[in-house]
Design a protein around this ligand. Structure first.
Ligand code: FES
Length: 585
């Protein structure tokens, strides 16, 4: 038999949320405390103390997060030092390299796991332990919807890879040396040497890929302690910062500061400025829009473009630049970058320190130590940022392009489309010696968006046909409704919306159609007249959904387009703070 006690629990009126589980004098309180004591803790450990969840995406299947169990111990030390009661719990983890077809398909599922784990347990605050690309945004999306005091502790980047006197960055150099292999410039044996030399420590990819970008964006949003994004995973200061976060979350609970207090429109603008200044991953655009949807803020794609125009690109890291995250940390890390663009930031934005972004920058070192890695404002890599948003008859709801990582001659380009209907078509034909393609062609991939793939995999960095590689062609204009790894580079137009599988104009492109890109005008068009496009639309039929049941069917039925953050439509917004306890007698 079950009895239900439910009530409009309001943490502002009743103090700590956990008290409704652990301080009550009825049978429920008895059960909650008795079973908690079964884990080996006595009243002194938890009575009257804030309960701090440590939401851990540790997994042996996710190398980037393999060290998070150790960081959890550091967080626990900090929580206990500050008088809290830490409880570590596992959530789904998403490993970029092993999980197929793509972690992006499961980002929203992990976000649901995080949200419901926080909501359903007696937690007053939470530390999110994140690392690999999607574990960070998934955790933050879930925490935004649960909306209790939250601090993010990122796992930090790997140490730089080294091979025969050259630095190796994952995974920009994976793509680079794979192309060298396909060109015949290195041997299979050397390629294996590179495989063995690249990933030499715990931590996430150490280029300015998606994981590094999201760590920086998290700090710029105010959700992580200042100066922590770039600390290498194996540096002892990483664990010290986790310990500090453990202390700080207890203070944040006492203040009652929640993600919705921090994630204001100004905080998002700060994060977008930081994204441009570091020349970060295009994936951050999707994730930031998804966060905004969780906290009820509209974040139009156009804002990314508007802020890009006035934000200098300062950080010289691969894939757009030359260096790696370890160098970035030694050069001053994100605080040095934010200090350079301080006049462009909303320095009054609140952060998890309980102080504003501007105050934080007064409390940590902001000097640039190496100007080869972090350029001063007076000598930027580019005055106007690095990510642009395109529109036109190919992408009426937008597309994005990282121009800092592209061959500049392709930024104003017209060429013939070479169309691949899906990823299998691409795999079969891209290296066909008879493929009708040259250095002016525009490669187009369909069926790679949120619904079509499904999951919008990182297929947007279409491989350059082998016969062009052998002729010394290093870049081609490539267009798709896919995403691209944050570690990739090239003249690649991504996130075309609406995607082809839902009838976006990309579905209508045919091989031979002229396509024109004009980055200056922010325009991407197929030069096909409207009457012909109308005829093609009449003849178009949507592809069948790929899955009939389970989460993947739920995803295909409800996922939003790239310009809307690829969240599930019913997950936008926050949950009411209501507590229901069910007791089984
Ligand atoms: Fe995890 Fe690159 S594989 S960040």
């Amino acid at each position: 038999m079950a009895t239900m006690h439910s009530g409009g629990y309001d943490e502002k009126k009743n103090g700590r949320r956990s008290a409704d589980w652990l301080e009550r004098r009825d049978l429920d309180g008895f059960l909650h405390r008795s079973w908690l004591k079964a884990t080996g803790v006595g009243d002194e450990s938890f009575r009257g103390r804030p309960v701090i969840g440590i939401c851990n995406s540790w997994s042996e299947l996710v190398n980037c997060n393999i060290h998070l169990r150790g960081l959890a111990e550091a967080v626990k030390r900090g929580v206990i030092q500050a008088g809290g009661f830490p409880r570590e719990f596992p959530v789904m983890s998403l490993g970029e390299s092993l999980m197929k077809p793509t972690t992006m398909l499961y980002r929203n599922l992990m976000a649901m796991d995080v949200e419901e784990s926080i909501r359903s347990y007696p937690l007053d605050g939470v530390i999110l332990l994140t690392g690999c690309d999607k574990t960070n945004p998934a955790s933050i999306m879930g925490a935004c919807s649960a909306d209790i005091p939250t601090i993010v502790v990122t796992g930090g980047p790997m140490l730089n890879g080294h091979w025969r006197g050259k630095e190796l960055g994952s995974c920009s150099d994976c793509w680079h040396y794979h192309e060298e292999l396909r060109r015949g410039r290195i041997t299979e044996e050397e390629f294996v040497e590179i495989e063995n030399s690249m990933s030499r420590s715990n931590g996430h990819c150490m280029t300015m890929g998606t994981a590094s970008t999201m760590a920086c964006v998290t700090e710029a949003l105010g959700l992580a302690l200042p100066g922590t994004a770039a600390i290498p995973a194996v540096d002892s200061r990483r664990a010290q910062s986790a310990e500090a976060a453990g202390r700080q979350i207890v203070a944040l609970v006492e203040r009652g500061t929640r993600p919705s207090d921090i994630l204001t429109p100004h905080a998002f603008e700060n994060a977008i400025r930081a994204l441009h200044a570091i020349s970060g991953s295009t994936n951050a655009i999707i994730h930031l829009i998804a966060y905004a949807g969780r906290v009820g803020i509209e974040l139009p794609l156009s804002l990314f473009d508007d802020l890009c125009a006035t934000t200098p690109w300062l950080v010289n890291l691969k894939p757009a630049g030359a260096h790696l995250m370890e160098d970035f940390y030694y050069a001053g890390g994100l605080p040095a970058v934010l200090a350079q663009i301080g006049d462009l930031l909303h320095e009054d934005a609140m952060t998890v320190t309980g102080e504003t972004l501007g105050d934080n920058l007064l409390n940590v070192p902001t000097e640039i130590i190496d100007e080869n890695v972090i350029r001063p404002r007076s000598d930027p890599l580019d005055a106007g940022g690095s990510l642009v948003v395109l529109r036109g008859n190919l992408c009426p709801d937008g597309a994005v392009m990282k121009i800092s990582a592209a061959d500049q001659r392709l930024l104003a380009h017209e060429g013939r489309a070479v169309v691949f209907e899906d990823i299998n078509d691409l795999a079969e034909r891209v290296d066909d010696p008879d493929l009708d393609v040259d250095e002016n062609s525009v490669m187009v991939l369909k069926g790679a968006g949120p619904v079509g793939a499904p999951g919008m995999p990182e297929w947007g960095h279409l491989p350059i046909p082998a016969k062009l590689l052998r002729r010394g062609v290093n870049d081609l204009l490539r267009i798709s409704d896919a995403r691209m790894s944050g570690t990739s580079y090239g003249a690649v137009v991504l996130h075309v919306a609406p995607e082809s599988a839902v009838g976006g104009p990309l579905a209508l492109v045919r091989t031979g159609d002229p396509i024109r890109l004009d980055v200056e005008a922010r325009a991407l068009d197929m030069l096909v007249d409207d009457a012909e496009l109308g005829r093609r639309r009449e003849a178009w039929t949507p592809p069948a959904l790929k899955d009939e049941r389970g989460y993947r069917r739920l995803y295909e039925d409800h996922v939003l387009q790239a310009n809307e953050g690829c969240d599930l439509d019913f997950l936008r917004g926050r949950s009411a703070i209501i507590m229901d306890t069910v007791t089984y007698l």
